[in-house]
Write a protein that binds this ligand. Sequence first.
Ligand code: NAD
Ligand code: ZN
Length: 354
Amino acid sequence: KEIVVPSSSHTYSVWIGEGLLKNVSKYLQKEYSSIFVITDDVVEKLYLQTLLESLPKVHKAVAVVAAGEQSKNITTYYRLQTEAIEAGLDRNSLIIALGGGVVGDIAGFVAATYMRGIDYIQVPTTVLAHDSSVGGKVAINHEQGKNLIGSFYPPAAVLYDVDTLATLPPQEIRSGYAEIVKEALISDKEAFERLLQVNLHDLTKEELQEHLSFGIEVKTAIVTADEKEKGERKFLNLGHTLGHAIETELQYQLLKHGEAVAVGLLFSLFVSEDLFQADVSFSKLYGWLSDNGYPLPAEMLDPEILLKRMKTDKKAQAGKVQMVLLKDIGQPTTAVLDDEQIVHYIKRFRERLV
Ligand code: NAD
Ligand code: ZN
């Protein structure tokens, strides 16, 4: 299946299906002088060989980063640039990001800045990366916060081979599904209701592919309308204000990105129900998250600490926290909350979770 994504610099395709990794050459639209593959040490063992065998016979080099969010840092970024220079990459070279969102984000940022920008292709291998591989946001983290150093730099293509998802541990499936739930919440009530019918423990390949396509289509529609996040692209940050605060506070240990986002999504529904007196399915989502094994650690939710973290969020305005909320499912909006409100809501939310 092909999903076409327009962007201000070029239009690119997201290919989603089985067996793509064995046929990467078919999807390359140019002849590149050399190819530089960036992956992590887990994905390397699983899929690097298959990818390399499917590439055209040009000069190739591979760089491997340690698996995990900790690699999205300036030191690793600099090392990758050094390896790219030493591998002799020129302006007509291609970078391939083979892995999850971490590899995609850092490899994309390397591509965006190497000699002022060279082509790159996303080959996502996690459920979560359906989100990160589309839309052109690339970044690394700063000690002070997530994704603070980055760029908008769309890929030349996205090749999403769903066969690679078979090796994902349950925690990574959960993490990725939080973003699909998010995409449903901001766009489509029926899709949300249908999604909550599934049990992540016995997901079929067909369901998975359908959900991933749905998520990519929602994301594509939004980034097409608002590539540079002046308006509605902000809605994709539903759940992320608290989610990022939790992640940063835990130094990316214990909870996966999507698991932290899941807590953030639930919090957004909690605040929305109170602020707008609307039924946006807080209880329903709470039930589904619990049934599917999402950690909802009330004891980690320290209101004052999280408030401080939430204020370094990129969406913060004049020192106040801005959150994405829902007037109804499929009807996102943003609201600026003052410090007392945030602290108050985190306290009450925490009480609901225990
Ligand atoms: P990840 O890249 O760390 O992958 C998760 C783990 O799964 C890693 O340990 C990895 O080695 C392993 N893994 C990957 N593929 C596997 C496979 N097929 N089988 C077995 N194990 C596999 O994390 P992620 O959840 O994919 O992505 C999270 C990152 O994405 C975060 O840094 C987040 O900020 C970023 N993100 C970016 C955007 C964006 O628009 N750019 C959007 C959402 C998230
Ligand atoms: Zn996310």
